[in-house]
Ligand binder design. Sequence first.
Ligand SMILES: Cc1ncc(COP(=O)(O)O)c(C=O)c1O
Length: 355
Amino acid sequence: MIAAMDMPISKIRESKLKNLNLENIAFGKFFTDHMLEADYENGEWTNIQIKPYEPLQFAPSLAALHYGQAIFEGIKAYKNKKGEAFIFRPQDNFRRFNISAERMEMPTVPENIFIDGMKKLVALDINWIPEWHDHSLYIRPFMFSSDEMIGVKPSEKYKFLIIMSPTGPYFTKPLKIYVEEQYVRAVPGGTGFAKAAGNYALSMHATALARKKGYDQVLWTDAFEHKYVQEIGTMNVVFIVGNKALTPDLGAGTILAGVTRDSVLTLLKDAGYTIEERPINIEELIAAYKEGTFKEVFGTGTAATITLIKELRYKDFTMTFNTEEWKTAPAIKKQLTDIREGNAPDKFHWMEKVD
Ligand SMILES: Cc1ncc(COP(=O)(O)O)c(C=O)c1O
């Protein structure tokens, strides 16, 4: 096994950076100069290298294209005022990546490739980390089956890559959300807890229909009664009801264990909120709304950080919120952003330095 320090690095001749303005750059469209690539063959990881970002070449029989053994992660790196680079909680994403790998019958990736390789890559492309407020470098580790043959079985070969994309603010405005009752994202025994590509593929139709009705995203509900809420699009969801923060628990395996979710719950607890992680029935939220105790609802996720929800529509009932009056979500968002951007002490040890 190659240790990260021995990982061969081939550098580009001239950085693409000089032709780009990173301020408010569109999410996910531009990629840094380099990427990490590794192959799984004959039961071990090999060809581990950092090289220029470039197209991959495969036969049309590539297994991942047919049977969808593909997983990914999303992580962010930040620069502080001194120009030092930090990655936000990469160990949590590393653990979750391998949980996804096991669920999809794929090999796990060792820490010296995932974490050490990621740090090397960020260090190499450090100039790509935007320094403006609400900007960061989005890191996308991913793995897919790379056998070039057709047949429904776990692949023998896999490819693991890390690519990186500079990013600015994701959702800038509060969202309108449609509570989904027809389509489902995840069922107990399924893959909801994994960051598997197929979860995103199946979400697109319902989201497209909601968009046609004038909503930004759907709030997924359970597959049996369509009453217990799960997640909003690619975010976990938190409800502030009275002085409690409610969020669906992870017990049924239908929800991705978000790293932002965990960070936000930690900050809320620290701020004195009572946290309840449990099944949450939409009817309970409607009752609280009618009583006037349902104060705030927001999504949490790496790409979006904290996203305020200004409207929740369930059947013919619409709950609207004046997000400008909110206290909790904006305060937690500021705390999290301050920690990430190096403007507040990292008291929970979330920032991992890139040397
Ligand atoms: C389905 C889904 N739920 C929740 C999240 C939030 O997870 P995290 O906070 O780790 O980014 C994501 C990813 O951003 C996601 O894709």
